[in-house]
Structure formats: structure tokens, C-alpha cells
Design a protein around this ligand. Structure first.
Ligand SMILES: [Zn+2]
Length: 272
């Protein structure tokens, strides 16, 4: 009797623990699904942002999960065509995005996308192209190589990857004077378009900062971007209410497994 009660209590506790870690009990909801990655590789020793690193093996397994489950992976330009044509969003459409433009995206993500037949999108910080992640304090997050102009061009020319803008210098936009924030937003679009000879229709706010400031957001829309991406967890209702909302994202952490991925896609989150 006591044994039975103990086992029941243990199972109950385990059930609570699992339900606190994986939010399977959340309701599924429709909307645009945009995965957000940063670095593909193994975090350097002492990294304080290790969760922003996803191993190449895990990334491959996640892309394979998407394709095995019938998802099509969109480029920014595919999403733009959907928006402009007023077409309904296919239920199994997803955007894979990478923030910042690290060289490890070229070394470890692009080959996987090419091999499996998927598409990805990279938000680039123009002034760090071919350099390192200068906006990080190297005491807490090591400097690593950013992709070069040639690597970014090669990925785009393959038709597998498209770039978007992530400002000139990765600042906290709301900490700048409005005219300087506007320059970060517009100048990066101009420079990237000049460098690659193609339209940059997507912008992501560094740290998500400025995404909810009407003054800053209006600068992003005035700059001519079709899409602006925030740093808020979730899916975005489609048709998109562009006037009133940025596009939210689903953050993939280094410790996530494919169940996290499936919960993110269906529920908009896998954790509390
Ligand atoms: Zn960033």
C-alpha cells in the first residue's frame, strides 16, 4: 500500500517536472513560424551565452525533422511573394533565420541546408562582415569570426540562403538618438544592397531593442523593409498586421531537442 502510494507520488512529481520543462499542455495555435538561430558549432570554453550555440549534429537533425514532417522552408523573398499576393500561409511553412552573420553559419549550417534541400536566412551586421562579433564583451562571449563578404555572396548565389539587415554595428537602437538609430537601419540596407546587388527586404532589431518603440519601428518601415523581426518568443498571426506588429520568432537553444522543436512549431513555445 505504502509502496503503491510512493510510486504514484513519484510518477506525479515526474509528470509535473516534465510539464514544467515542456509546455505540451499549451494550446496549438496558427501563425507564421520563424525559427531563430545564432551560432552553429560548439561553444568556446567559458561562453556565458552557450545556449546560443547549436551543434552541427543537432542542427542537421532539426532540419531533417522539418523536412520529414512535410515543412517547406522559405526565403525572405518567398514570404514577400506570399504577403504581396495575399495568398494564405501554407500550414507547413517555416523560415529558418540566423542572427548576426557568423562564419559558422557558412561552415556548418549552409552545407546542411544544401545537402538536405532546405533554405535559410541570415541577418548580417554590416560593419562586422569579415571581422568578429565586436559588440560582445570578449570577457563573457568570445570573439569568433563573422562571415566574409565572399562567403555571404556565395551562400546567396547558391539560392539556398538570403541575407537581411541587422544594422551597421549591432547597437541597442533605443539607446541612440533617433537619427542615429535611423542611420543604423537605413545605411545597412543601402550598403548590403550595394554589396550584393539584391534587395534586402528583411530587418531584425539587435536584442529586439526598438521593436516596440513606435518611433524606431517607423524608421524601419520607412527605410523600405517589407519585414521587421523582433526578439519576442512566439508565432505571428497571418495575414500579418504589419502596421501594428513586428514578426515574432521561435528561439532554438543549444539544449533543445526535437520535441522542443515540435512544441515550438505547434504551440509557439516549448518552455515556460
Ligand atoms: Zn544580434
Amino acid at each position: 500500500m505504502i509502496l503503491t502510494i510512493s510510486i504514484a507520488a513519484i510518477l506525479l512529481l515526474a509528470g509535473f517536472a516534465v510539464s514544467a520543462r515542456w509546455t505540451w499542455w499549451r494550446q496549438s495555435k496558427p501563425g507564421l513560424k520563424v525559427l531563430c538561430y545564432h551560432k552553429i558549432g560548439v561553444p568556446p570554453r567559458g561562453s556565458k551565452l552557450a545556449e546560443l550555440w547549436v551543434s552541427p549534429g543537432k542542427f542537421r537533425s532539426q532540419v531533417k525533422y522539418l523536412l520529414d514532417n512535410g515543412y517547406s522552408t522559405l526565403l525572405f523573398s518567398d514570404l514577400k511573394k506570399l504577403l504581396e499576393s495575399g495568398s494564405p500561409l501554407p500550414e507547413k511553412a517555416v523560415l529558418i533565420t540566423f542572427d548576426d552573420g557568423y562564419e559558422n553559419n557558412y561552415l556548418h549550417a549552409w552545407p546542411v541546408l544544401k545537402e538536405l534541400g532546405a533554405k535559410g536566412n541570415v541577418f548580417v551586421v554590416f560593419n562586422t562582415i569579415g571581422k568578429v562579433n565586436l559588440w560582445h564583451n570578449p570577457g563573457s562571449e568570445s570573439w569568433v569570426n563573422m562571415a566574409t563578404l565572399e562567403q555571404l555572396a556565395e551562400m546567396q548565389d547558391s539560392g539556398v540562403v538570403e541575407c537581411g539587415s541587422h544594422t551597421m554595428n549591432h547597437p541597442h537602437l533605443s539607446a541612440l538618438r533617433l537619427e542615429d538609430a535611423a542611420w543604423e537601419i537605413t545605411e545597412s540596407k543601402r550598403q548590403l544592397e550595394a554589396a550584393f546587388g539584391r534587395e534586402m527586404c528583411a530587418f531584425a532589431y539587435p536584442y529586439g531593442d526598438g521593436a516596440y518603440s513606435p518611433a524606431i519601428r517607423s524608421k524601419a518601415l520607412e527605410a523600405g523593409y517589407t519585414f521587421d523581426f523582433s526578439f519576442r518568443q512566439g508565432k505571428t498571426a497571418w495575414p500579418w498586421d504589419r502596421e501594428n506588429s513586428t514578426i515574432d520568432r521561435l528561439f532554438i537553444r543549444g539544449g533543445d531537442n526535437n520535441w522542443d522543436l515540435s512544441l515550438q512549431l505547434s504551440r509557439g513555445a516549448s518552455r515556460l
